[in-house]
Ligand binder design. Structure first.
Ligand code: TRH
Length: 370
């Protein structure tokens, strides 16, 4: 068995989740001694640069952390395909490239979106012989051992614990995102830190109300452009800070150090799970409310109390007042302690499962010879 070389194709549909997942996966694959080379094809370098400031948007190709980045422009370069070609979220590699994959007998993998729905287990890793003779497999991330798992770097949790143990690093990060000194001091004391990353329709006003009604003061960190209707600045005991986008490492650290993480999409959800703190998931909205089925499937796998599930559903609905009432309940000491314990326990439990990059490499090693 030889070490496979791997291509990843990423089309940015909207937001940052597509490139967020692909970039984490590409870096982890490139660090693996079992992988020969990794190339990431991306159609939208500007979105990529928002979460990876080392990227030069005008350069046609770059190498960062061992990953060769290729701009997937309308006329992409005629490169020879690697042993394995991962298309993220059915993004369709260019037709000329697929023709070359046939000659090369590349293994074709479609990396699917994350879902906790039960059918995922029976579809994960299913092969499908294409009319052109290529083998294609459907690879599903997931929350159980019968799926491809979740993205998690090998040292992530020890790294997290080490970083949390050093408050000076946290203070520096908060200063780096422009938080005024008195709020940095407050957060290093007993003030609650909330990270707010949600879609524009989230009942963020309800969150603000519940936090302001609570005895503990809060600082809410909101990435630029997120929840645009939520006023920034001081509101009673809550300070809402508009922060610049950080790279993914900085984003993870903000999640690790927050008391409450409001996340959205799929990559920030997974990273909030690794933070092991109470979280509110604002799931990516889909037609016919298909996302609410996914939310329920995820809640069914979670260790959360029914009240937390109710809160999570309210966070994904339009009722700001209802959300305030449920969140105020959840912030009350007994429920809050339960929520914290359940979040930490789920994080530990999920971390015992194989991670997505490792299951993908094992899958490829079984099928690719040098
Ligand atoms: O940006 P998103 O809303 O992406 C969405 C979802 O992935 C959704 O499932 C998909 O269908 C849709 O795009 C097309 O949310 P997500 O998935 O959490 O991705 C955000 C990424 O941005 C994640 O990798 C973290 C990163 N990020 C930073 O690196 N720095 C930051 O400051 C912020 C706010 C985010």
């Amino acid at each position: 068995m030889g070490r496979p070389s791997i291509d990843i194709f990423c089309r940015v549909i909207d937001n940052f989740g597509d490139i967020g997942v692909c970039w984490r996966l590409a870096r982890q694959l490139a660090r693996s001694p079992d992988v020969k080379a990794v190339r990431l094809w991306v159609d939208d370098l500007h979105s990529f640069a928002r979460i990876e400031p080392r990227l030069d948007c005008v350069a046609p190709a770059a190498v960062i952390e061992g990953v060769t980045i290729v701009h997937w422009a309308p006329s992409p370069p005629d490169l020879a395909p690697h042993d394995v070609v991962v298309e993220a979220f059915a993004c369709d590699p260019p037709p000329g490239y697929i023709q070359r994959m046939i000659k090369q007998k590349s293994l074709w993998i479609n990396l699917e979106y994350l879902s906790a729905e039960p059918w995922v287990e029976s579809c994960h890793a299913l092969p499908s012989l294409q009319a052109n003779g290529l083998q294609k497999a459907f690879f599903f991330p997931g929350f159980t051992a019968a799926t491809g798992g979740l993205l998690r770097e090998p040292d992530l949790l020890p790294e997290r614990d080490d970083w949390i143990a050093r408050p000076a690093l946290r203070g520096q990060l908060l200063r780096d995102i422009g938080l005024p000194a008195k709020h940095v001091e407050a957060l290093l004391g007993n003030t609650r830190q909330v990270l707010l990353f949600a879609y524009p329709q989230a009942p963020a006003a309800g969150l603000l109300q519940a936090l302001a009604d609570d005895a503990t003061p809060s600082v809410v960190l909101v990435p630029a452009g997120v929840c645009p209707d939520l006023p920034r600045g001081q509101h009673r005991s809550v300070y809402v800070h508009d922060m610049p986008f950080t790279d993914q490492a900085g984003f993870d650290r903000l999640l690790w150090s927050s008391d409450l993480n409001c996340v959205r999409g799929e990559d920030s959800l997974v990273r909030a799970l690794w933070a092991g703190k109470p979280m509110l998931w604002h799931i990516y909205p889909q037609d016919d409310n298909a996302h609410l089925i996914k939310l329920d499937a995820w809640l069914a796998q979670s260790p959360f109390q029914p009240l937390t599930g109710e809160l999570m559903r309210a966070w994904n609905g339009p009722d700001s007042l209802g959300c305030t009432a449920l969140l105020s309940n959840a912030l009350a000491p007994t429920h809050w302690a339960e929520w914290q314990a359940a979040s930490a326990a789920w994080s530990r439990q999920l971390a015992k499962l194989p991670d997505l990059a490792s299951t993908l490499i094992d899958f490829c090693l079984e099928r690719v010879t040098e």
